[in-house]
Write a protein that binds this ligand. Structure first.
Ligand SMILES: O=P(O)(O)OC[C@H]1O[C@H](OP(=O)(O)OP(=O)(O)O)[C@H](O)[C@@H]1O
Ligand code: HPA
Ligand SMILES: [Mg+2]
Length: 173
């Protein structure tokens, strides 16, 4: 078992998600919102965030993008493995990510989603980690900022393991 140190416990995760959901609910009050989750990492975060929103009309879709594989550094080659199903033309979209690290995944995905003609695209991330940022990405809604390190748990994997952990850990490499 690798060496893990907890950086975000269950209470902190819950509290930060509630706070973020409240802000999003205020910002999108009276509007129809499409949440686009980025698989696989965002599956738990999107599920928890969506349930805290107090908006009447929320649509949910997913796409899947991969660039890390079994490594702890980005291959910088973003592969789109699944595209969205919902027509987002003229819609307000929030892309939901587990983590923004280099920013390369989001930079690719935002350019891709813009080709469908949404009326707005914003970004919501469970974790904003700027240490390795390579693409200038503005994260509109950040639940938690973590300075550095490779993280696992709450959707985040190392070689597909540890996504199911209910808390977020720093993994010693
Ligand atoms: O900002 P970046 O450096 O691009 O990193 C962020 C992306 O990397 C991870 O995906 P990954 O490629 O590991 O796929 P996964 O979600 O299936 O684990 C993570 O879930 C984000 O989508
Ligand atoms: O710190 C991380 N952990 C897991 N997956 C990731 N993808 C980008 N950064 C990370
Ligand atoms: Mg991964």
């Amino acid at each position: 078992m690798p060496d893990f140190t907890c950086v975000l416990d269950k209470d902190k995760i819950k509290k930060q998600i509630s706070r973020t959901a409240e802000i999003i609910s205020t910002d999108y009050r009276g509007r129809e919102l499409v949440l686009v989750g980025v698989l696989k990492g965002a599956f738990l975060f999107l599920a928890d965030l969506a349930r805290e929103l107090t908006l009447e009309r929320v649509k949910i879709d997913f796409l899947q993008a991969s660039s890390y594989g079994a490594d702890t550094v980005s291959s910088e080659n973003i592969v789109l493995k699944k595209d969205i199903d919902i027509d987002i033309r003229g819609k307000d979209v929030i892309v939901v990510e587990d983590i923004v690290d280099t920013g390369l995944t989001l930079s690719y995905l935002i350019a891709h989603l813009k080709t469908f003609g949404p009326s707005s695209i914003k970004v919501c991330a469970m974790i904003d980690k700027k240490e390795r940022r390579k693409a200038a990405i503005h994260v509109d809604y950040v639940c938690c900022s973590v300075e550095k390190g490779f993280l696992v748990g709450y959707g985040l994997d190392y070689a597909e393991d540890f996504r199911n952990l209910p808390q977020i850990y720093h993994m010693k490499l």
